[in-house]
Design a protein around this ligand. Structure first.
Ligand SMILES: *[C@@H]1O[C@H](CO)[C@@H](O)[C@H](O)[C@H]1NC(C)=O
Ligand SMILES: *[C@@H]1O[C@H](CO)[C@@H](O)[C@H](O)[C@H]1NC(C)=O
Length: 245
């Protein structure tokens, strides 16, 4: 146990918890740290694993998720508004609170609440709700109590005689339980007064605005998390997860 690094341990505990169920059928004698894979165990294990997981695993080529650097993100929203974010940094994933988790028929379902901030530069053109926006400046978006729900389909696969967990499918939904606030400069190029008015409108109608342009940002973040999960599962065989606990 003392040979496992402090950061790796909670993460491995989590995966062992998950892996124990998947592996049980094939190898009934393996230890099962979670006993039954109860929702309470999963919730605890996930919560414990989160800080280590969001720190990343450089030795496995897995990047940190908190802070999460977004070099570039180009979005075209439903209304045709084009937004180009760059030099972005998202913070807060490590402090998300895992609400509940369960595993049924190979599908892991998890809910979490997070306070997140996304800071960076942006350029935009097109229409947002009533306004024609052609801006370029700094942006800071804060979301309080963002509720995430994710379903992850898992299976095992063997490679070189060893079993690995694999993600077969992934879906997510989000709800804005608390307020989302926007600080954006120069929303309408060269018109500080109009820019302030649009910003005030965005903050007064934060929920509609979040559903319009927050969703693609959240989905982008979750896709990045899933990439990390996939890399981790692809490189660490199930039995190594189990052995480490
Ligand atoms: C857990 O399972 C139940 C029933 O299958 C479901 O209604 C619930 O939403 C699930 N998800 C979580 C995260 O608890
Ligand atoms: C979000 O921040 C508020 C305080 O501003 C705090 O009360 C709440 O517990 C936080 N929620 C999460 C999920 O961290």
């Amino acid at each position: 146990m003392q040979y496992v690094s402090a950061t790796a341990l909670p993460v491995l505990t989590y995966w062992a918890c998950l892996a124990s169920v998947v592996v049980k059928a094939a190898a009934p004698s393996l230890p099962t740290p979670c006993g039954e894979l109860s929702p309470a165990c999963l919730q605890r294990a996930l919560q414990t694993a989160l800080p280590g997981f969001t720190r990343g695993f450089p030795e496995l080529g897995i990047t940190p998720l908190d802070p999460f650097v977004v070099d570039e993100l180009k979005l075209v929203l439903r209304g045709g508004l084009q937004i180009h974010f760059y030099k972005g940094v998202a913070k807060g994933f490590r402090n998300c609170q895992i609400g509940s988790a369960n595993m049924t028929g190979g599908v892991l379902e998890v809910t979490a609440r997070c306070n997140l901030t996304v800071k960076g530069k942006y350029k935009s053109s097109g229409r947002l709700l009533l306004f024609s926006i052609d801006g370029e400046g700094d942006s800071l978006i804060r979301a309080k109590e963002l509720e995430l729900r994710a379903q992850v389909a898992l299976s095992t696969r063997s490679r070189g005689g060893r079993a690995y967990l694999q993600v077969d499918g992934f879906r997510s939904q989000q709800q804005y339980r608390g307020q989302v606030s926007y600080q954006m400069t120069n929303l309408i190029r060269g018109s500080p007064q109009l820019s302030r008015a649009v910003l005030a409108f965005m903050n007064a109608n934060w929920r509609v605005v979040a559903e319009e342009f927050g969703d693609p940002i959240v989905e982008f973040g979750l896709a990045a998390i899933m990439e990390n999960v996939k890399k981790l599962l692809d490189q660490v065989p199930v039995e190594d997860l189990l052995k480490s606990v």
